[in-house]
Design a protein around this ligand. Structure first.
Ligand code: BG6
Length: 506
């Protein structure tokens, strides 16, 4: 076993991370823990600051107490070190600011322009962990108060809008203050280790790329399943639904990484140019096709992991009779030379039986069998990239069953488990992405044209659904979605991947 270090990492320049929405769920659950862990790994230079900003009238000491609690709750115990947590909390500050008025902005400017100790300038980053409706107003204020300098960077959390027009409006308004190079649109799936591993798998091996096309691949499946419901986010989620919340961004980004051509290099624009071509090649699913190519579902009360859970309509903040989908399955096609005729089946939902994300590449069957009848069913090869949990790459192969009983074939899997092979802790996606902003590397962030191309594809589906006035199909919490999603793939003579072939020892 090789040991993998997530510990000492090269120090980066000092930074001032100003987090709008600093008391919100994302900041407390993800951003502060991620920054602490990077600090622990030695990547946060002395003099760096994290300034929480929100409307709540908190003192900096109250904010530090909140952050301490968040670290206790969201950082694994073996990563919490009293002295290092104390050092991290020292870097935290807090300023109450109202994004929609002038209140608090002078104080924020004062704080940013006069760091207590530091000789040279820090990288100035504004992280907008707020509702997208505030991206424009906050940007305007950053300009009005002279905070948006040519060197500063702004990070936008998803969702960027709720359709093409609102995304364009946000992009225009933020773009009037910051150049495209200064804007980092986060899709945290791109920061996940195994997602980046797709690039290594495809372009760091000679084995797969010659087969990576319609001649050899029958279809692709992408599943992103969650056990959680809408938690405390009912207000946001009900306005969004699974297509906007997961498919338009995370799943489409996965489609891009599976489907794109080899970029000229890993330089940010090269990778993003190739992803954009995939998005622009997606075959449109319009009102006439939504009935046949998509399934929307909504969970009813059921049981997940042995515990009873309420239905979507009984979750806090969900209006009676809501028609928002918590599950979506669909079939898409990439209309280009490499992929013509290869369906990509996507599904994502809440309150499914397991938290699990994986990509399945189903190869075509062999063209001619030399094996006698009775040798066992020949299954076509299948490559499974498990993104989470238990990150792994599995390759299903046909093998001869050991023993003297003649030629009997049996499927078996080569299994590359990342935990077993590399050991150690896998950094959370946000750890990687937050530091990429400090480095000024936007390869793993979405460019404006990508976001808009993704909306251009997603919007006709939403419009198609609205024009049909159909409620989402019900499914019991703890099951794999409505039966129609199984029919969606079985109609084509295929089935959703359901492991488990035993791993071959190797
Ligand atoms: C977010 C969605 O972008 O991704 C959430 O808004 C979802 O609804 C989350 O739960 C899933 O992320 P992960 O990393 O837990 O798979």
């Amino acid at each position: 076993m090789h040991s993998r270090s997530t510990g000492a990492a090269p120090a980066l320049p000092p930074f001032d991370y100003t987090v709008f929405g600093g008391t919100g769920d994302l900041a407390l659950r993800k951003l502060l823990p991620a920054l602490y862990l990077r600090d622990k790994a030695g990547q946060v230079a002395d003099g760096s600051r994290i300034i929480g900003v929100s409307r709540s009238p908190l003192a900096p000491s109250d904010y530090r107490a909140k952050a301490e609690e968040a670290i206790r709750e969201h950082v694994p115990a073996d990563e919490r070190d009293t002295a290092l947590v104390a050092r991290f909390l020292e870097r935290l500050d807090y300023v109450p600011v109202d994004a929609t008025s002038d209140n608090g902005w002078d104080e924020l400017a004062e704080r940013l322009n006069n760091p207590p100790s530091r000789s040279s300038g820090a990288v100035r980053i504004f992280y907008l962990a707020t509702s997208p409706s505030l991206f424009g107003p906050v940007s305007d204020q950053l300009r009005a108060f002279g905070l948006a300098t040519p060197e500063s960077r702004v990070v936008l959390e998803k969702p960027i809008g709720r359709d093409l027009a609102s995304a364009q409006e946000i992009n225009d308004r933020v773009g009037a203050v910051f150049t495209e190079q200064q804007i980092y649109r986060i899709d945290h799936y791109l920061g996940k280790e195994t997602v980046q591993n797709l690039l290594a798998l495809r372009f760091g091996n000679s084995l797969f790329e010659p087969l990576w096309n319609a001649d050899h691949i029958d279809h692709v499946q992408i599943t992103v399943a969650e056990t959680v419901g809408v938690e405390e986010r009912g207000g946001y989620y009900d306005q969004s639904g699974a297509l906007r919340d997961m498919v338009q961004n995370h799943l489409l980004q996965l489609v891009c990484l599976v489907g794109m051509e080899c970029p000229i290099s890993l330089a940010q624009e090269s990778v993003r140019d190739e992803k954009l071509k995939v998005l622009r090649s997606l075959k449109s699913i319009g009102a006439d096709e939504v009935g046949g190519c998509t399934v929307r579902g909504q969970y009813r009360a059921g049981a997940v992991a042995g515990g009873a859970v309420p239905g979507y309509l009984d979750e806090p903040g969900i209006p009676p009779g809501s028609g928002t989908e918590t599950f979506v399955a669909l079939k898409l096609e990439i209309d280009n030379w490499r992929w013509a005729g290869v369906p990509f089946y996507l599904r994502s939902g809440k309150r499914l039986p397991a938290k699990m994300s994986e990509i399945v590449i189903q190869f075509r069957p062999i063209r001619h069998s030399i094996f006698p009848q009775g040798a066992g069913e020949l299954q076509a090869n299948r490559l499974i990239v498990r993104l989470q949990p238990d990150e792994s790459i599995r390759l299903h192969l046909m093998t001869k069953e050991p023993g003297p009983g003649g030629m009997r074939l049996r499927p078996a899997a080569l299994n590359l488990s990342f935990a077993q092979t590399f050991g150690g802790r896998f950094p959370d996606a946000y750890e990687r992405l937050l530091m990429d902003v400090v480095r000024g590397n936007s390869t793993l962030f979405m460019r404006r044209d990508e976001v808009e191309a993704a909306w251009q594809w997603a919007e006709p589906i939403i419009d198609g659904w609205m024009s049909r006035h159909e409620m989402p199909k019900p499914y019991i919490a703890g099951t794999w979605g409505p039966s129609q999603s199984i029919a969606l793939i079985e109609r084509d003579g295929r089935t959703w991947h359901d492991d488990e072939i035993p791993s071959a020892a190797f």
